[in-house]
Design a protein around this ligand. Structure first.
Ligand SMILES: [Zn+2]
Length: 210
């Protein structure tokens, strides 16, 4: 049973007790230092090919909400970038904070963003399902997209409309209730679901532009 979360007793500082890999060498998020990134002209652009009809359901995991996709076949895939072959869309979810100043997981040159969209794909050319792929070093591909506070977003509204007919506002994300698997802990508002910055441990960030 996964009882990880973002509170003091089950938050990022103790994830490694349940999941030793959380202390591994390839952890996210990171602070992307643009000057230290290495330009790799061989990186092609990402190519996303999504079929909206493969969207299946919206789930509240207690940590975030996610939109889940039918990943029984290659209906929605991403290719290109550093990827070998195509990766199948599984779900997308968001990370956000208690206020508009921070909440994204990654940073760029120390700068915070209010929220981050993660679009999760798995390597369907090499592996037979998401769970198997999630255990492999080349099993998952997650596209991270920083969100800025801006004008009303009609596309995102289609998701937030499904969440109890609410309008697009980060404050509305924060009004979602977090759930726990036991009754010991009072449910509280979901407003901090981002992991702190992790060490690079010798990795180099590659960039497709200079
Ligand atoms: Zn995420």
């Amino acid at each position: 049973m996964n009882k990880w979360g973002y509170a003091d007793h089950n938050g990022p500082e103790v994830w490694h007790e349940l999941f030793p890999l959380a202390n591994g060498d390839r952890q996210s998020p990171i602070d992307i230092i643009t000057k230290a990134a290495s330009y790799d002209p061989s990186l092609p652009p990402f190519n996303v090919d999504y079929d909206p009809s493969s969207a299946k359901l919206i789930m509240n995991s207690g940590h975030t909400f996610s939109v889940e996709f039918d990943d029984g076949e290659d209906k929605s895939v991403v290719r290109g970038g550093p990827l070998h072959g195509s990766y199948r869309l599984r779900q997308f979810h968001f990370h956000w904070g208690p206020c508009d100043d921070y909440g994204a997981e990654h940073k760029v040159d120390g700068r915070d963003y209010p929220a981050e969209l993660h679009i999760v794909h798995w390597n369907s050319e090499k592996y037979s399902n998401f769970v198997e792929a999630a255990q492999k070093p080349d099993g998952l591909a997650v596209l991270g997209i920083f969100l800025k506070i801006g004008e009303h977003n009609k596309n995102l509204e289609r998701v937030t409309n499904a969440l109890d007919n609410i309008n697009f506002k980060l404050s509305r994300f924060r009004s979602l209730f977090s759930t726990t698997e036991t009754d010991e802990i009072e449910p509280c508002c979901m407003k901090n679901n981002h992991r702190p910055i992790q060490p690079l441990k010798g990795r180099t960030v590659r960039s497709s532009f200079s």
